[in-house]
Ligand binder design. Structure first.
Ligand code: ADP
Ligand code: MG
Length: 319
């Protein structure tokens, strides 16, 4: 049986050129450039809770890093260093090799070096990634910066991940090409890292969508002390959701569920063109979906001009 130290040496000790000291000592060492702040975030994936035992290890390695990259993106930070804490019921080398491949694959593309972590035995596969990014002092995009009159935007499409999950759980039937189009959003999400950085001097507030559009926009509204009015017809819905227009599905997929890892952000109306430029620079579609209001509350206006009844709450692990 492979030892803990062999696991670390074989699978998690690739060179980390951006660190002063990487894996192997009691701590890693990094040098913070003058004038920079560190943006630090952690996210945990638990087997049976956040992924199914059938998920391939490579896609899990990707997703464990992707969900953290998405948090850095939402602040406008540049990703730099990762720590990986992992608990495994057994040291399965095929699994470890696949997982490390997925993790390092996305890390390489994102400019991230793995500089340390922890490896232990545990009852179910549990993966916690801590990600450190950098951002020039006082330039981070916070949830609290939205003002009345700001436009509300969303990147990419929404509803893909939730549609994929519903398909997997058997509550939504999809033809093969449709399923193939939405499954990547669930299994190998692409965090909007370039867009986040391009929005640094443009967006007034931002959040990544991990619990559903309304729930996550709600966090911006709470932090900023404002309200919002969304226009349903403007939402860039994923194809299978848009074509079906099933009320329950829309509720479930678009408004109150789904970890799409797109960015929802606000920007002053006179920065409309700057937002489009930022989207073009990052190669990501950005869509204006509504306005921030002085009056608290979150209204969704349907195509008929009537207020829609919506379930505002996103996913809550303890609800
Ligand atoms: P310590 O007991 O001093 O915390 P460990 O024996 O847990 O050290 O880890 C040895 C080295 O390997 C440390 O540098 C640690 O950061 C690193 N490490 C442990 N597990 C991982 C992992 N899963 N991924 C990356 N680095 C790891
Ligand atoms: Mg030690």
């Amino acid at each position: 049986m492979i030892s803990e130290f062999d696991i670390i040496r074989r699978y998690f000790s690739r060179p980390a050129p951006s660190a002063v000291l990487g894996v192997g000592d009691d701590c890693a060492l990094v040098r913070v450039p003058a004038g920079m702040e560190l943006a630090v975030t952690a996210d945990m994936l638990v087997a049976g809770r956040h992924f199914s035992p059938n998920d391939g290890p490579g896609t899990l390695g990707h997703k464990a890093l992707a969900v953290n990259l998405s948090d850095l993106a939402a602040m406008g930070a540049r990703p730099r260093w990762a720590l990986l804490a992992i608990a495994l019921p057994e040291a399965d080398e095929r699994w470890l090799s696949g997982f490390a491949g997925g993790f390092y694959g996305l890390a390489g593309k994102s400019g991230v070096d793995l500089i340390g972590g922890d490896t232990t035995r545990g009852p179910v596969i549990t993966i916690s990634v801590t990600l450190i990014g950098e951002i020039p002092e006082d330039r981070a995009i916070r949830r609290s910066g939205a003002s009345p009159g700001d436009e509300i935007w969303v990147s990419g499409q929404i509803g893909s991940a939730a549609a994929a999950l519903a398909y997997r759980q058997g509550t939504l039937e999809l033809e093969h090409p449709e399923a193939a189009a939405v499954l990547p959003a669930l299994v190998v999400p692409q965090p909007r890292v370039e867009l986040g950085q391009a929005l640094r001097d443009v967006a007034s507030a931002a959040i990544d969508i991990s619990d559903g559009l309304l729930a996550d926009l709600g966090h911006i509204l709470d932090a900023s002390g404002v309200g919002a009015r969304l226009e349903f017809e403007r939402l860039p819905l994923a194809e299978p959701v848009a074509r079906r227009k099933v009320e329950a599905l829309v509720q479930q997929c678009v408004l109150a569920g789904g970890d799409d890892y797109e960015l929802c952000f606000t920007a002053p109306a006179d920065r409309h063109d700057a937002v489009l430029v930022a989207g073009a620079r990052a190669g990501v579609r950005v869509t204006h979906i509504g306005e921030i209001t002085a009056q608290p509350g979150l209204d969704v206006v349907g195509g008929d001009g009537q207020l829609m009844k919506t379930a505002h709450r996103g996913f809550d692990h303890f609800a």
